[in-house]
Design a protein around this ligand. Sequence first.
Ligand code: PGA
Length: 278
Amino acid sequence: MIAESRSVRPRKGRGAMGRRPMIAGNWKMYKTPAEAVVLAQHIDNLILDDPRSVESVDIVVCPPFVDLKSVATVLEFDHAPMMLAAQNVFWEAEGAYTGEIAPGMLADLGCSYCIVGHSERRQYFGETDATVNKKVHALVAAGVTPIMCCGESLETRDAGGTEAFVREQVRAGLEGLTADQAAEVVVAYEPIWAIGTGRIPTPEAANDVCRSIRATLGAAFGQPAAIRVRILYGGSAKPENLGLFMPEPDIDGALIGGAALDAESFVSMVKTAAGFAE
Ligand code: PGA
């Protein structure tokens, strides 16, 4: 019912703004290197059947660190039309930081993007807006584009504080970038209560937050930069609901967890996004 009424809604100019849809699969802590190769090849095989998706959507896979090399090899060997991303990074260029990974190492492996500030890292690993900001700067300096996550808890939402909270995360996370650098960043709006829960906000509510993120970007970096930034929705995004979010004018794609671990569901979401490319 909702899907019907929204699918006939006129699209409002994402293409006119030059924003290419992006579908990014966050594999989280799933898939061994061997399993990651199988998944990447399966996605690639399915995508190659659909040139329209390849032409019109930025397709990104974000495997665990230990899988990056094997997936990079698949993408290179198969000339796969997908880009590689890491899920985290440390901000120093090198040094005695046992267990950490530097931005330049990701660049060297062929990572185009890196997720930063995912709510799971904020919750379990002490990530703050300040450390997110350091990572953003380090990635930009290394030529890897940050996919910076933001999103409110259920308590914040119930208290009516969503927009103020998310705006501050975005402001603080991107502080100190130039307008040109900020324009390249991808922001993922992921309400924490929607991640892995099967619950989703209404597309209008999600777009309201994304519009507010764009306004924050405009205030910080100017309007020309703000209209270039891609903002993804994340949180229980699935083949059944992506078509509800994509028509929204400030939503340019999705960061997908669970539904990205199945090649068919991931590729069907890529195809959905292609339907909204202009
Ligand atoms: P989900 O995860 O799609 O499984 O809700 C999204 C994310 O955490 O990026």
